[in-house]
Design a protein around this ligand. Structure first.
Ligand SMILES: Cc1cc2nc3c(=O)[nH]c(=O)nc-3n(C[C@H](O)[C@H](O)[C@H](O)COP(=O)(O)OP(=O)(O)OC[C@H]3O[C@@H](n4cnc5c(N)ncnc54)[C@H](O)[C@@H]3O)c2cc1C
Length: 181
């Protein structure tokens, strides 16, 4: 896994099981910034993205410049930590619908599975009072998701306040850190 971070811009990269490198360019920008880039024109889109990487080492720029295939833009949305809702009989939500957050701590799928098992256990333990079971599930979810969202917010904030030009690269068999500046 490779993280190369500079202020509001980061290049993240990992190796897929087929040996290819999968690269993400993460940016903190205005919500409509993507609208000015034509992702149907891959060459033009690469030029637009490389503008954001002018302060990065050429080898990191190359991960975008020489990428195969098309580029896929995605906006990252997050609910504020501590988001809750009024209980409504007969309905509840789980997973991202309940606590969508930035993917930087890599926990959304784990939380979604945890939600599913918690809801199932709550219902199984109170089959005669589904409403009470769902309330108990929601009360527990609010605490768990606020904790995860707060940690994630801290993670993304610390990533974006790392010193200019510092980068860290970790491999599965161990980890190394270096500073190319
Ligand atoms: C780039 C990226 C990297 C991530 N990395 C990680 C990671 O390393 N580890 C981790 O744990 N999590 C990670 N996540 C987060 C994880 O993917 C999500 O938290 C997880 O998929 C949420 O699961 P979910 O079932 O709640 O929602 P989703 O996976 O979004 O499933 C919702 C489904 O509902 C469908 N749907 C939507 N509207 C309707 C409708 N009206 N009718 C019918 N179907 C509908 C959608 O098509 C979708 O299939 C990452 C997310 C992103 C974007």
């Amino acid at each position: 896994m490779l993280f190369a971070l500079d202020g509001d811009t980061g290049v993240l990269c990992h190796r897929e099981t087929d040996g290819s490198l999968h690269t993400y360019l993460g940016l903190r920008v205005d919500e409509d910034w993507l609208d000015d880039i034509d992702f149907a024109d891959t060459a033009a889109a690469k030029r637009g993205l490389l503008e954001r990487l002018r302060s990065f080492h050429p080898s990191l720029q190359g991960l975008i410049a020489h990428a195969d295939g098309t580029l896929t833009p995605r906006r990252i949305h997050a609910l504020r930590p501590g988001f809750t809702w009024e209980h409504r009989s007969g309905v509840t939500i789980l997973g991202d619908a309940a606590h969508v957050m930035s993917p930087f701590a890599g926990e959304g799928a784990n939380l979604a599975m945890h939600d599913g098992s918690s809801l199932a256990l709550a219902i199984a333990s109170r089959p005669d009072d589904i409403d009470a079971a769902v309330r108990a599930y929601e009360d527990e979810l609010f605490i768990r998701s606020e904790l995860a969202a707060t940690e994630k917010h801290a993670a993304i904030t610390s990533i974006q306040s790392m010193p200019r030009s510092r980068w860290a690269c970790s491999a599965r068999s161990g980890s190394t850190a270096d500073d190319p500046s």
